[in-house]
Design a protein around this ligand. Structure first.
Ligand code: F6R
Length: 365
């Protein structure tokens, strides 16, 4: 059911306020200033014994895991490792009894992710799932987990499942954090900010025409770079994946500081860079990277925070997202990137919901 939208992808982008509302429903415990994730099937003693977290997934799911890594490390001070499920399954990674493995998968059927689940179980690990499809193979084969409740995702390009996954990681980070270093005051503040997200997501999506105009301007670029740091690094990877999947434009995502280590050689007037630079701990670092790109005549599209009056002087085009904690910003900054890929693909006449060579669920290796 397209509900009047021309493509499932656009419908699913606009489903996001509701999807993340569903992902948080019944899980915010403002009284105790923590998150409730009963599906993990772990009591506080067991949760406290976790010493290390490994996150595995493919494609977009792995990108959500990378954002999750930064969230869990900063709120719960636990070491986190993220790997491609396909690499992890053959790596013979050293694991011990205090490690918990999280398998992230919208479909719950991805062959490599399932194999990583089975390999981890063989090693005696506790494996938990973050899945969307209820009753899917990964959901069934894990000891517990968290359902995203994003609703069916039909467009091949993952959109609402990504923001729901990031939200689940946010809740997990709050829960693990509150068992460790996070004060009730900080926990409550975060939960209150999380509650505001659906409205903020809706307010960003309402400005989709601004993104369409940017998409039209750059649709004939030779390629596109997506650059971000820290909480925005996973978003840079995700923005590039969305762009290449549905437009076939060569797109790369990198941590912004990697520019100097090789990537900057690609910059010229036909290679635009999308910078993820909301007001966060690395904002000034991003500004210097933008200046380096501008000095080489590279066009710059910035995704910045409302009220930022410096960015306009540097970037060619700016899309503003509401101000919020840097921990929550990824859920807002990814939205214009989804829309940018969508409108670029539509402008180029691509088959948005069924891009060439891709399948929604990759059940073979
Ligand atoms: C990207 C995309 C793929 C999937 C990947 C994992 O838009 O859709 O990269 O994210 O194939 O799929 P799931 O989450 O079903 O395991």
């Amino acid at each position: 059911d397209l509900s009047g939208y021309p493509h499932y992808m656009l419908k699913e982008i606009f489903d996001q306020p509701e999807a993340i509302r569903n992902a948080m429903r019944g899980r915010l415990d403002l009284e105790e200033a923590t998150a409730k994730l009963g599906g993990l099937n772990m009591n506080p003693q067991q949760l406290l014994r976790i010493q290390r977290i490994v996150i595995v997934g493919c494609g977009t799911a792995r990108h959500a895991g990378i954002v999750g890594e930064y969230l869990i490390e900063s709120l719960a001070h636990l070491p986190v490792e993220v790997d491609y499920a396909s690499e992890f399954r053959y790596r013979n990674a050293p694991l011990d009894g205090e490690t918990v493995v999280f398998a992230v998968s919208q479909s719950g059927e991805t062959a490599d992710t399932l194999a990583a689940v089975r390999e981890s179980k063989r090693k005696g690990m506790r494996v938990l799932g973050i899945c969307n499809q209820v009753g899917s193979t990964i959901a069934r084969e894990t000891e517990g987990g968290v359902y995203m409740h994003a609703g069916p995702e039909i467009g091949v390009a993952a959109t609402k499942s990504f923001t729901s996954q990031v939200l689940v990681f946010l809740l997990l980070a709050v829960l693990l954090g509150r068992l460790r270093y996070l004060s009730a005051r900080q926990g409550k503040k975060l939960l209150e900010a999380i509650e505001k997200l659906p409205e903020q997501v809706a307010s960003v999506l309402a400005r989709h025409e601004e993104v369409r105009a940017i998409a039209e301007k750059y649709a004939h670029a030779d390629g596109m770079l997506f650059l971000g740091r820290q909480f925005q690094y996973g978003i840079a990877l995700e923005g590039a994946l969305k762009m290449k999947e549905i437009t076939y434009i060569r797109a790369e995502g990198h941590p912004a500081a990697e520019l100097k280590h090789g990537v900057i050689a690609l910059i010229d007037e036909r290679m635009p860079s999308v910078f993820l630079c909301p007001q966060d701990g690395v904002y000034d670092k991003n500004l210097s990277n933008i200046a380096e790109v501008k000095a080489r005549r590279g066009p710059v599209i910035a995704i910045a925070s409302e009220g930022d009056d410096r960015i306009g002087e540097l970037a060619d085009d700016v899309f503003f997202v509401p101000q919020c904690s840097e921990l929550l910003a990824p859920i807002l900054t990814v939205l214009p990137l989804q829309l940018l890929a969508y409108y670029t693909a539509v402008g180029l006449g691509r088959d948005v919901d069924k891009p060439r060579n891709l399948a929604k669920s990759v059940t073979v290796e």
